[in-house]
Design a protein around this ligand. Structure first.
Ligand code: ZN
Ligand code: ZN
Length: 216
């Protein structure tokens, strides 16, 4: 058992009932009671440690783990390397930030179910066999939907490429007036990705919000 796993065990023990009962009910660890990784490297380590608690009979020695910081449309992907018989499970950092660990653990289980199929059948889909395996480990049946961040902050200085993603109306989104780019200190604009609405002040936010209505 490596250090990450020890820490997770300790966390699970101290978080009491909830995770214990979930483990008892399902017979395995559903992702509750684990710490929340705060960096891509920590997420990669924890995902690999978590995979060892998922009773699926996947050969984990054949799996390489990656966490992508680049925006992706999927929360995770399982790539199969036919020549070597190995798999790469690639997880999307922004999806983890958006989902939180416990829900993201479902993404990890989904990708492990793909790995299970690849290792046995050299192919994987979302067909009946996949659904049977995914159900056994309570994994989502389709690649977990992950939409890009709802909001994007973008520096107004053309020479600066600072960007930041936001998922909800936090103060950096609702009151951009008094805040500055994290790199160069210039003002920034907020973009509502789906609609293209954009603003740089609290008033602007209020107006955009009411124009957007249900489309927020
Ligand atoms: Zn899938
Ligand atoms: Zn800047």
């Amino acid at each position: 058992m490596d250090r990450d796993e020890c820490r997770a065990e300790a966390e699970a023990a101290s978080s009491g009932d909830t995770s214990e009962r979930a483990v008892e009910r399902a017979g395995w660890r559903d992702g509750s009671g684990w710490p929340s990784p705060d960096s891509p490297a920590a997420l990669r380590r924890q995902a690999a440690a978590y995979a060892r608690t998922v009773p699926l009979g996947v050969d984990l020695d054949r799996i390489d783990w990656e966490v992508s910081r680049r925006a992706k449309r999927r929360a995770g992907a399982c790539l199969h390397h036919r020549e070597t018989g190995r798999q790469t499970i690639r997880l999307t950092w922004a999806a983890y930030e958006s989902f939180g660990w416990e829900r993201f653990a479902g993404t990890i289980r989904h990708e492990l179910a793909h790995a299970w199929e690849f290792q046995r059948f050299d192919e994987s889909s979302h067909g009946r066999r996949f659904r049977r395996v995914a159900n056994r480990i309570d994994a989502p049946l389709s690649c977990p939907p992950f939409s890009e961040a709802r909001l994007l902050l973008r520096c107004r200085n053309d020479d600066c490429d600072w960007r930041a993603r936001r998922y909800r109306a936090c103060p950096t989104v609702t009151r951009p007036d008094g805040r500055r780019c994290g790199d160069c200190g210039s003002r920034y604009r907020v973009f509502h990705v789906a609609s293209g609405e954009t603003w740089a002040s609290a008033d602007g936010y209020e107006r955009a919000r009411s124009r957007l209505g249900d489309r927020w």
